[in-house]
Design a protein around this ligand. Structure first.
Ligand SMILES: [Fe+2]
Length: 243
């Protein structure tokens, strides 16, 4: 199982602040049965540039991989980014390097406001102009913040994939919706969005347990299937998952 949204790289954003903390987070993920983490440091186009970001991310990945060397169980770190939406994003070729590993998929953090038609058109543009497939980061946060239980329905027909945070399944007020969205194919991958070992720690195991308890193991298989489809990088297969 893959954690698709993590801030485990040391000292690159508001996530892990040291190599020691990163190591603890990876150790925790491994103990939960997670063998791969997509590292998704925040990228803000108005305060950073893709080249500088890429260099910082590569250095941090080397640091973490060095620390993991010699460990008895293998752990894969896949480069990605949590790219904050900005106007003109669909015309910006420089950000294309921020896709997840060798896949055509990019994690995008939408604004914490209601989404205008223009924003949805930009998502369309990312796909139709660049061929990059937007994976919407933590869709649950917008649903919960604005109590907008129909947000996923509003996205129907758009060329996007959806990531939700593990906490969605653990939130008493919203877990029913989370299970329903999963059964409807409106959730493609999950991530802990872990930032540290305290308030936002890795908790993939807790989410997997409640999914299994409420929906059965088939839906864990479903999520694993989606992970394989994304990493196959076969566009047609990925496009069949669209919300
Ligand atoms: Fe995040």
């Amino acid at each position: 199982m893959i954690d698709f949204h993590t801030h485990i790289l040391p000292a690159v954003d508001d996530g892990s602040q040291s190599a020691e903390e990163s190591l603890k987070m990876v150790t925790s993920l491994k103990s939960q049965g997670i063998d791969t983490a997509v590292v998704t440091p925040h990228f803000y186009a108005d305060e950073d540039n893709p080249r500088r970001f890429g260099k910082r991310r590569t250095e941090a990945m080397h640091k973490l991989n060095d620390m993991l060397k010699g460990s008895s169980t293998e752990f894969n770190i896949v480069p990605g980014a949590e790219v904050a939406y900005f106007e003109g994003i669909s015309d910006c070729e420089e950000i294309l390097d921020m896709k997840i590993g060798d896949t055509p998929v990019m994690l995008i953090e939408m604004p914490f406001s209601s989404w205008s038609e223009r924003m949805l058109n930009e998502l369309d543009g990312i796909y139709y102009k660049n061929g990059t497939i937007p994976l919407l980061a933590h869709l649950d946060r917008y649903i919960r913040m604005f109590n907008n239980k129909k947000l996923a329905d509003k996205l129907s027909g758009l060329p996007v994939l959806v990531q939700v945070n593990t906490s969605f399944f653990l939130d008493k007020k919203f877990s029913k919706l989370a299970f329903s969205m999963l059964t409807k194919g409106q959730i493609h991958v999950i991530g802990s969005d872990c930032h540290n070992m305290d308030s936002r720690k890795p908790n993939m195991d807790e989410a997997m347990q409640v999914i299994e308890k409420n929906l059965g193991h088939n839906y864990i298989h479903e999520l694993e299937h989606n992970e394989r489809v994304i990493f196959s990088s076969e566009r047609e297969r990925i496009e069949r998952l669209f919300i």
